[in-house]
Design a protein around this ligand. Structure first.
Ligand SMILES: [Zn+2]
Length: 180
């Protein structure tokens, strides 16, 4: 495992957490506030050993991450929000290991929500401080506010998921059928 893989996984988790607290609609449906199982599943994107989860502990931080990422390409606004979150969560580098796993760098204690928000704020800060920030997109489908990182080489991914891509395709097909 590369040293940067953990931070990359934390970035994916940060975006998932942001979407689950920040999106009003997701994949064509009104968003429901995430329950403990949903937040647990997000933490499992980056750790094998998620702490006991109270979704309420993640709500404000998750919403802040969404507002930060969602304000891109206005990077100054995003930076302001993420810098405040780094400060609030007292993000600080710390080598940690879980069970038999190798040492890896965390930016907060992996034992509580605040530590995970510090970790996620750091992952998003790393994104904002790189030209990879240009790959952050908002889903192009109707009734979906989810954000995602474009993983295509030519930077032409428009939808958060194949579900939204298919919905958009169907909608475009219906629109064409109406006008012909
Ligand atoms: Zn979508």
């Amino acid at each position: 495992m590369q040293a940067t893989d953990h931070l990359q996984a934390s970035l994916q988790a940060a975006i998932a957490l942001a979407n689950s607290f920040g999106s009003a609609e997701r994949q064509g449906r009104p968003a429901v506030p995430p329950d403990a199982a949903a937040v647990d599943a997000i933490l499992r994107l980056t750790t094998n050993r998620p702490p006991a989860v109270d979704p309420a502990d993640y709500a404000i931080g998750g919403k802040t991450l969404y507002d930060a990422l969602g304000s891109l390409p206005a990077v100054d606004r995003a930076v302001e929000l993420v810098n405040a979150l780094l400060k609030d969560t007292k993000a600080a580098p710390q080598l940690t290991r879980d069970g038999g796993a190798p040492w890896h760098l965390h930016f907060g204690s992996p034992d509580d929500a605040n530590g995970w928000l510090a970790e996620f704020a750091t992952a998003v800060a790393t994104l904002l401080g790189s030209d990879e920030a240009e790959r952050l997109r908002r889903c192009g489908a109707d009734r979906c506010d989810d954000l995602f990182l474009d993983s295509t080489r030519n930077g032409n991914q428009r939808f958060c998921s194949t579900a939204c891509q298919n919905r958009a395709k169907v909608a475009a097909h219906r629109a064409r059928a109406r006008t012909s």
